[in-house]
Design a protein around this ligand. Structure first.
Ligand SMILES: NC(=O)C1=CN([C@@H]2O[C@H](COP(=O)(O)OP(=O)(O)OC[C@H]3O[C@@H](n4cnc5c(N)ncnc54)[C@H](OP(=O)(O)O)[C@@H]3O)[C@@H](O)[C@H]2O)C=CC1
Ligand SMILES: N[C@@H](C=O)C(=O)O
Length: 277
C-alpha cells in the first residue's frame, strides 16, 4: 500500500493539517518532512524560530502545502497556551482545524538523580509531560466534536514516548525514563477512552535514533544496529496511527528487546542494569 493511501493528506480536496512539536530538528523535523510529502498542511512548533521559518519555506515550496510556525518554549505556561489556542481552532474561523497533533518535543537529561538540578528536573517534566497533557487536552475535544458532527476526517494524536520507560529500572535515566513511562501509560489509557468516538491516539516507543539528543552515545560508539533511522520512526508511527493502533515500537531489534524485557525476571534486569551504569 502506498504511503499516500496509508495516511491521506487530503479529504475531497481539503488539505489536512498536522501540528508537530519539536519540529526544528531530529525526529520532529522528519515528521514535518514526511507529512508535507503526504500533502498535510503544517503548524511547526519549537523554540528556534529561524529553523522553523527555513523549514516552512522549504516544505511550502517543495510540496505546495501551507506551513505556519509558532516559536515558543513549551516548558513555559505562556508557550503552551499559545499552542493551545491554535489547537482549539474548530474550523469556524479561517484557521484549519488540527487533524493530527504530533507530541514530539522532549529533552533527555540524564545522570544520577542526586546530581540533577531540581530546576532542570522541573523543566524536563514541564516539557516531556505537562506540555503534552495540555496540548492533547486542548485538541481532543475539537476532534471528538468533529467526528460527532459526521466529519469523516482521520483525526487524532501521536505521542513520541520511548523504550527508556519500559525496563523495570533505568539508572542514569530515572526521571527521563519515568516521564516516558508516564506518557506511554497515559497515551494508551486516553486511546482506550476516545476510541469509540473515532479519534485515534497512538504512542510510539523508539529505541536509539541518530539525533542531537543521542550525540553522546553516538560518540561513545554505540553499534550501528542499535539505531533506527528517523524516517522509520515516522513511517511506522504514521502507519500505526492510520490503522488505529494505540502502540508501536519501530525496528525489529527493539520489538525483540521489548518482548525480552517483558519475560526476563525483574531481578535479572536489575542486575544487568546495575552493570551498565
Ligand atoms: N533520539 C532518540 O534516540 C530518541 C528520542 N526519543 C524522543 O523523541 C523526541 C524527539 O527527540 P529527538 O528528535 O531525538 O531530539 P532533538 O534534540 O534532536 O530534538 C528535540 C526537538 O524538541 C525541541 N524542543 C526542545 N526543548 C523544547 C522546548 N522547551 N520547547 C519547544 N521545543 C523544544 C527542539 O527544538 P528547539 O531547540 O528549537 O526548541 C527540537 O526540535 C523526544 O521526545 C525524545 O524523548 C525517544 C526515544 C529515542
Ligand atoms: N532519548 C533516547 C536516549 O537517549 C531514548 O529515549 O532512548
Amino acid at each position: 500500500m502506498s504511503e499516500a493511501v496509508d495516511t491521506p493528506g487530503t479529504d475531497r480536496g481539503r488539505p489536512r493539517t498536522a501540528l508537530v512539536t519539536g519540529a526544528s530538528a531530529g525526529i520532529g523535523e522528519e515528521y514535518a518532512r514526511r507529512l508535507a510529502q503526504r500533502g498535510y498542511g503544517l503548524v511547526l512548533v519549537a523554540r528556534r524560530g529561524e529553523l522553523l521559518t527555513a523549514l516552512a519555506e522549504e516544505l511550502g515550496e517543495l510540496y505546495g502545502v501551507p506551513v505556519e510556525t509558532i516559536a515558543v518554549d513549551l516548558g513555559t505556561r505562556e508557550g503552551v497556551d499559545r499552542v493551545v489556542r491554535r489547537l482549539t481552532a474548530d474550523g469556524t474561523d479561517d484557521r484549519a482545524p488540527i487533524d493530527l497533533l504530533v507530541n514530539n518535543a522532549g529533552r533527555g537529561d540524564g545522570g544520577p538523580f542526586v546530581d540533577q538540578d531540581p530546576d532542570e528536573i522541573d523543566a524536563m517534566l514541564d516539557l516531556n509531560v505537562r506540555a503534552v497533557l495540555h496540548l492533547t487536552r486542548a485538541v481532543l475535544p475539537v476532534q471528538i466534536a468533529r467526528r460527532a458532527a459526521d466529519d469523516k476526517a482521520k483525526v487524532g494524536v501521536i505521542t513520541v514516548s520511548s523504550l527508556a520507560g519500559e525496563p523495570v529500572v533505568n539508572p542514569g535515566g530515572s526521571v527521563y525514563g519515568a516521564s516516558k513511562k508516564f506518557l506511554t501509560l497515559w497515551s494508551e489509557s486516553v486511546s482506550a477512552e476516545v476510541r469509540s468516538s473515532g479519534v485515534t491516539v497512538t504512542v510510539v516507543l523508539p529505541g536509539f535514533v541518530r539525533t542531537d539528543m543521542t550525540l553522546g552515545v553516538q560518540e561513545r560508539g554505540l553499534p550501528e544496529f542499535a539505531f533506527v533511522p528517523k524516517d522509520h520512526i515516522v513511517r511506522d508511527s504514521l502507519r500505526a496511527w492510520a490503522a488505529g493502533r494505540p502502540h508501536v515500537i519501530p525496528g525489529p531489534q527493539y520489538k525483540t528487546a521489548d518482548g525480552l524485557l517483558k519475560v526476563l525476571p525483574r531481578t535479572l534486569v536489575r542486575v544487568l542494569a546495575r552493570r551498565m551504569v
